[in-house]
Design a protein around this ligand. Structure first.
Ligand SMILES: C[S@@+](CC[C@H](N)C(=O)[O-])C[C@H]1O[C@@H](n2cnc3c(N)ncnc32)[C@H](O)[C@@H]1O
Length: 370
């Protein structure tokens, strides 16, 4: 078979460098899949904080088949996730790696503002399952409905709970002087696209004199939000199943929240108009979006650029397009956020960032007092 003719300016050094990157993708893919198994089987938890141990000791502690555990450890040792000592044939998980890999505490590597690899592994599996449906959309347009994503919302709810537990009260609220005091005295607050409601659960506990209302279009999320509020015995928080863009709420709230939700909506411009009108004169919206530019050229060095655009293709943009929506995608960027906020009637907008969440922009947008 004849070799394809190479272009005249073909650079073999560049080709080799790119080939090495492609090869490394196999390694990363293998690690992601094995980390998923490590989380499901509890192996990562068994390894965390454990003295260097043999595969037999680790398998025994985890109650798993030694042959599988040994091969799994081989992957993690080659990938420099666990340290291997050839002499005693032992494996150890460094504490700094365990902070990323083991669930719950901390669900986020300290100071990274991004979920640990356990989330990555589960996300990889779920998004792989919808990949064929998204591929069809490349040919025929349209999108993939929320119903196709199975456990994805449950997974996001868990991830977001860990995220908000860690940063909402200590790092995000202090960015907005005055909010805490007003909620202490009693304010009406609504969360638009509240998901499983954890932000409101946290706030309702800390500010019992305030009233909190959450809106979301997903029945499963609203059920989870209500169930958690009942479990916590909260009487100052309510959740409603609703499409934000269709709400008819006028001059009701002092503060509105929209965390990571506006870009997912089918009709974000309409929804921001609804949110602006739902605020009392002088009221403010706090909106979280991924920190990005609306110009691709300015996102090329983003440390998570490829992943965030992929997430947008596989979920954010696509769920919006499935409803005939705008399909903004999660990388729509600060310039477009500011333009949409202005068009919706917000007249003073500030953008804030916190080291605790370096991948987000926090917008505080006020409607005029007049
Ligand atoms: C990425 S999640 C964020 C959830 C939550 N705010 C958080 O930060 O964890 C986006 C949420 O927007 C909700 N959503 C999408 N379209 C909506 C609409 N038209 N009206 C209300 N909620 C909507 C989804 O169901 C989902 O719960």
């Amino acid at each position: 078979m004849s070799q394809p003719k190479l272009p005249e300016d073909f650079d073999p050094v560049r080709a080799e460098a790119f080939g090495n990157r492609m090869e490394d993708l196999f390694n990363q893919m293998g690690l992601v899949l094995m980390l998923g198994i490590g989380r499901e089987t509890g192996l990562l938890d068994v390894l965390a904080g454990r003295q260097p141990s043999t595969s037999r000791q680790i398998a025994q502690a985890a109650g798993l088949d030694e042959r599988y555990v040994r091969e799994w450890l081989g992957c993690l040792a080659c990938g420099e996730v666990v340290a291997y000592a050839a002499e005693g044939e032992t494996f150890a998980l460094p504490g700094e790696h365990a902070a990323w890999l083991t669930g719950g505490s901390p669900g986020f590597a300290p100071g990274s503002g991004f979920p640990g690899a356990e989330w990555l592994a589960e996300t990889f599996v779920i998004l792989s399952q919808v990949q064929p449906l998204v591929t069809d959309c490349f040919r025929s347009g349209g999108g993939v409905p929320y119903s196709a994503y199975g456990r994805f919302h449950e997974l996001m709810a868990r991830d977001r709970k860990a995220f908000f537990d860690q940063i909402l009260l200590p790092a995000v609220l202090p960015l907005f002087p005055g909010w805490g005091k007003a909620m202490e005295q009693g304010a009406a607050v609504a969360d638009f696209g509240c998901g499983s409601g954890h932000v409101l659960h946290l706030l309702a506990q800390v500010y019992p004199k305030s009233n909190f209302t959450g809106y979301d279009i997903s029945p499963a999320d609203i059920d989870r939000a209500q169930a958690a509020a009942s479990r916590l015995g909260l009487v100052n928080v309510r959740f409603h199943l609703a499409d934000v863009a269709g709400l008819d709420v006028e001059r009701t709230y002092d503060y509105a929240l929209a965390f990571d939700s506006i870009h997912d909506l089918a009709h974000p411009a309409q929804a921001l108009g609804v949110i602006a009108r739902s605020l009392k004169p002088g009221g403010s919206l706090l909106m979280q979006e991924f920190a990005a530019s609306s110009r691709l050229g300015e996102n090329l060095d983003h440390p998570l650029g490829p992943w965030l655009y992929a997430q947008s293709v596989l979920y954010c943009m696509t769920v919006s397009l499935s409803q005939g929506g705008a399909g903004l995608g999660c990388m729509w960027g600060q310039e477009r956020v500011l333009a949409l906020l202005a068009a919706a009637g917000f007249d003073q907008v500030q953008v804030r960032r916190t080291e605790a969440d370096p991948y987000s922009d926090y917008f505080v947008a006020r409607v005029s007092a007049g």
